[in-house]
Design a protein around this ligand. Structure first.
Ligand code: RIB
Ligand code: CA
Length: 321
């Protein structure tokens, strides 16, 4: 067995998060040590329920621990308001959670930060953290257990943008949900691969790709095909000319599996936490004018190879069916 990369997947599991988890669970080069949940696309309670149910669907037997229900300095969101359920549906899984079986596993009795610490201590290899939601849990882990930083091989995250934003003109949703946490992570000194909108908005799932989910994916593919339907509708409402919705969160996982698929450049990234109109902007200096690079920033990806990884993951997960 060739080397498997040990990761901890931190997520506000939502639709694209679920595709990223499928990709990680369905690729033999990734070893998911555990999953931690965080508020973001939905409440942390809903995200935790979603994580347990998707793990049941994928037959993924790993510990799941609940994390932060709000940002470091903000108030807890009211997810009953429609605007908070716009993109990923009322339940965070495109309104299709009801199709999933009750999970056999229960959530861990420790919180996300303590599960990360436990798994890192227990691992023989350095661990890669893969956060694809707000960075609250990761920041709290770094502040609570600074002595464990040496056991972290790096952070491959979905978040930010060198140019533009989706939550605000200059802010991407994961960073905007907890800018202070993001600042702590980018100033940690750890190796960071920032898979921001510059690359993830090219990670589109086309209509043909969606049909292939059902063709190669068995019952898992059929669920994913149904789950993504509303996400497609929302994407088409934003931009009817787009090839399909973006699988943002799969990009850091795809980079771990095959770095050639994602084009990255060394940059210096600072998170703005005070700007009146630029708060949560990941100010990305591609020339590193006055600073050394502190992140590899993703700017492009090979979409066809990226999608193929997902279809290969589905085939691998269905290999015994
Ligand atoms: O901006 C995209 C990010 O926000 C993704 O992680 C998506 O799941 C949402 O959390
Ligand atoms: Ca996410």
């Amino acid at each position: 067995m060739s080397y498997r990369i040990p990761i901890i997947f931190d997520t506000d599991i939502g639709v694209d998060d679920a595709f990223a988890l499928l990709l990680a669970a369905g690729n033999p080069s990734i070893d998911i040590l555990g999953i931690t949940t965080v508020f973001g696309n939905n409440s942390v309670d809903n995200c935790t329920e979603n994580a347990l149910r998707v793990c049941e669907l994928l037959d993924l037997d790993v510990p799941v621990a609940k994390g932060a229900r709000k940002s470091l300095f903000g108030e807890e969101k009211d997810y009953t308001l429609h605007k908070n359920n716009f993109v990923h549906g009322e339940d965070g899984l495109g309104g299709k959670r009801y199709m999933l079986k009750d999970p056999r596993k229960k959530v861990e009795d420790c919180d996300a930060v303590d599960l990360i610490a436990r798994l890192v201590r227990r691992s023989d290899e350095k661990v890669v953290l893969v956060p694809v939601g707000p960075l609250t849990n990761i920041a709290m882990f770094l502040l609570t257990y600074p002595e464990l930083k040496s056991q972290i091989d790096g952070i491959a995250l979905m978040g930010g943008a060198a140019y533009g934003g989706n939550y605000l003109p200059l802010a991407e949703a994961n960073i905007a949900n907890d800018p202070e946490a993001a600042k702590i992570v980018f100033q940690s000194g750890l190796k960071i691969v920032m898979c921001g909108l510059d690359a993830t908005e090219k990670a589109m799932l086309s209509k043909d790709d969606r049909e292939m989910l059902r063709v190669v994916g068995g019952s898992i593919g059929t669920f994913y095909y149904d789950m993504v339907k509303d996400y497609v509708t929302v994407s088409e409402r934003f931009d009817p000319n787009r090839l399909g919705p973006c699988l943002h969160d799969s990009v850091p996982v795809a980079w771990l599996i095959n770095p050639d698929i994602v084009k990255t450049e060394p940059c210096h990234v600072e998170v703005d936490i005070v700007g009146q109109y630029s708060k949560a902007c990941t100010v990305t200096d591609v020339l590193c004018r006055d600073n050394k690079p502190n992140a590899m920033v993703a700017f492009d990806l090979n979409r066809e190879e990226f999608i193929k990884l997902h279809l290969d993951a589905l085939k691998w997960l269905n290999r015994n069916q």
